[in-house]
Design a protein around this ligand. Structure first.
Ligand code: KG4
Ligand code: ZN
Length: 363
């Protein structure tokens, strides 16, 4: 079914139209970076107001350019995210579906990230979702490996404190590099020595959480090091001195090493036929390189989303919704309740971990 998708869970207003096979016909992302940059993080009330202004404009744009012709399905992110932001998207999507008598599907934001590595941005149909896959979801809000098995996505670990993207953002903020920090740190890190500084790995004593992440100690250590070097803030953020480049390179290399640390164990345990990464941090150059290198060494195929589908976007939401529509999981447009939080609270094995979202269909 030709699909209209809407994503407003955080600070990007995004609409997309997909062909019936998940072909991305259009994917517009209106970033609020400039709105939130002065605050070095997302201000929920400003995010919601911005969605109220921008989303109707984007929809009118789609209408004007003819993309809405023949749309047969409406998909929207239901949660998790900022509740005011989610309300704008869900309300508009439900009203649109109701007024045009179209079926509505609501999806979990994470479900969108999980299908994104299997999409193409070339107008080509999306690839089938493998029966099983091990996927690292890394963004400003999440850092977890998920196992897709028998049509279910099950989280296998979590972060004990900060998400990886959050740590990129906070380190960048301390150095005066602006928001969001991931892309800038990634760029400057290319010019530094990743072995210049070393950081002690976290010690997690809980045996159930042996594969869990923890990044807040690293964040503190990097910021303290930057303070000692007189880099908080950088005198000129457009030309960081070599010491700053080395610190950023070492920091990035450490995050990537820690993100990939559980991979060997998880691979041995679950033998996934495919390994993937998704979420904003999956745009990171070093992470993409190291994942490919791991894939080449082990012979396991590695999938990462096209760069434009790593950060939040409606195209991935639309694809997740199409897969849900295939199993008949439709929503009542008069009764859509957004939810703010991830519904899952601890590490778990497949079958014992709480299920995050309904089964995905395998096309
Ligand atoms: O998926 P996303 O758009 O939003 C959330 O659901 O959180 O991810 C945004 C996060 C931000 O923390 C941003 O700094 C980070 O992804 N990010 C990166 C890169 N590009 C974006 N982190 C590291 N390297 C990058 N190249
Ligand atoms: Zn996201």
């Amino acid at each position: 079914m030709k699909t209209l998708a809407i994503e407003t869970s955080c600070d990007e207003t995004s609409v997309a139209v997909l062909g019936p096979q998940g072909e991305v016909l259009v994917n517009w992302v209106s970033s609020q970076v400039a709105v939130h940059a002065p605050y070095l993080g997302v201000v929920p009330e400003l995010a919601a107001r911005h969605h109220v202004e921008v989303l109707p404009r984007l929809l009118r744009g789609l209408e004007r350019e003819g993309y809405l012709q023949g749309v047969e399905l409406v998909v929207v992110t239901q949660g998790p995210g900022l509740i005011g932001s989610l309300l704008v998207g869900t309300t508009l999507a439900a009203a649109f579906a109701y007024a045009r008598k179209l079926p509505l599907v609501t999806v979990d934001h994470l479900e969108g990230h999980l299908v994104s590595p299997f999409m193409n941005l070339t107008g080509e149909p999306a690839d089938p979702i493998p029966e099983r896959a091990l996927t690292l979801v890394v963004s400003g809000g999440h850092s977890s490996y998920f196992l897709f098995a028998q049509g279910k996505g099950v989280p296998l670990n979590r972060t004990r404190d900060d998400a990886a993207g959050e740590v990129f953002d906070k380190v960048a903020a301390a150095l005066g590099l602006g928001y969001p920090g991931g892309p800038v740190v990634d760029r400057w890190a290319e010019l530094g020595d990743p072995d210049a500084f070393s950081f002690a790995p976290p010690r997690i004593k809980d045996p159930l959480g042996e594969l869990d992440f923890s990044f807040s100690g690293l964040k503190t250590a990097v910021i303290r090091q930057a303070q000692q070097l007189g880099l908080t803030p950088l005198p000129d953020p457009t030309a960081p001195p070599q010491a700053a480049l080395d610190l950023l390179a070492s920091f990035r290399a450490t995050v990537v090493r820690w993100l990939l640390a559980p991979l060997g164990t998880l691979h041995q345990r679950y033998h996934p036929p495919v390994v993937a990464a998704a979420g904003g941090v999956a745009a990171n150059r070093l992470l993409r390189q190291e994942l490919q290198r791991w894939g080449a060494a082990t012979g396991v195929p590695v999938r990462v989303p096209p760069l434009a589908l790593t950060t939040d976007n409606a195209a991935m939401i639309g694809r997740a919704g199409q897969l849900r529509a295939q199993v008949g999981a439709f929503a009542d447009p008069l009764n859509v309740e957004p939810y703010p939080r991830v519904s899952w609270k601890g590490s778990g094995e497949p079958g014992t971990g709480k299920r995050l979202f309904p089964p995905l269909a395998t096309p």
